[in-house]
Design a protein around this ligand. Structure first.
Ligand SMILES: [Zn+2]
Length: 214
């Protein structure tokens, strides 16, 4: 599957950050390189791609590269901590894109995101409020049923490792299995968050204010 010539497949999904091309009109993200090369129009809105807007952003690509480097070195703890950082960052990007698609300006987006800094609240409250769906439901519908649960479990392990938990005590190490879970989540995150984008950003109808959907 990795070596397929299918232009619709994301490039080298498991060995680096894949590249998605963004429709300048509706915000659709697609791995189809023909759209990036302007050989086909956007399947959602018919606009031409400009090939310049890509996802994930440069800082996430760099982080991805660093994570894979630490994975190769067997640095399990650093892998888990950096993957958690990555996932929180990509979630913030998607929420920001959903807010933008709903017509929020920079100031509103900043106020909303600053007001919900905790990752649990972003997933548990902000996401359903903006989309009308629980994150778990949306992930399951897009084929990633296990993702939210595995992410939560890894987050708990990371937290127990970094902070002494008065309930469970400190977790001494993050091991090889934790790092493997983290790498799975990293690889799945691209497709999942792009699918969420295409569902809630590219399909957004700005004429229906999101407050009416709550
Ligand atoms: Zn489009």
């Amino acid at each position: 599957m990795k070596h397929t010539a299918d232009p619709k497949a994301p490039k080298v999904a498991s060995e680096g950050a894949p590249t998605f091309f963004e429709c300048p009109q509706c915000g659709l993200l697609t791995a189809d390189s023909r759209f990036g090369a302007d050989e086909i129009v956007c399947p959602t809105c018919g606009a031409h791609g400009d090939g310049r807007r890509t996802f994930p952003p440069e800082r996430l690509c760099r982080l991805d590269g660093r994570i894979r480097h630490y994975r190769d070195d067997g640095e399990h703890e650093i892998v888990v901590i950096l993957v958690e950082t990555f996932l929180e960052s990509i979630l913030e990007d998607i929420i920001d894109r959903i807010l933008t698609a709903r017509g929020a300006d920079v100031m509103v987006r900043e106020v909303v995101l600053d007001g919900q800094r905790a990752i649990g609240a972003r997933i548990g409250r902000l996401f359903p409020h903006l989309t009308g769906e629980q994150f778990e439901e949306a992930a399951a519908e897009l084929g990633y049923r296990e993702f939210p649960h595995r992410w939560r479990t890894l987050r708990a392990a990371r937290n127990a490792f970094i902070h002494d938990s008065p309930f469970r005590g400190a977790q001494e190490t993050l091991d090889k299995d934790d790092a493997a879970t983290a790498m799975d989540l990293l690889d799945q995150a691209y497709e999942l968050f792009v699918s969420l984008n295409n569902r809630f950003v590219a399909q957004a109808t700005p004429d229906v204010p999101f407050c009416e959907r709550a």
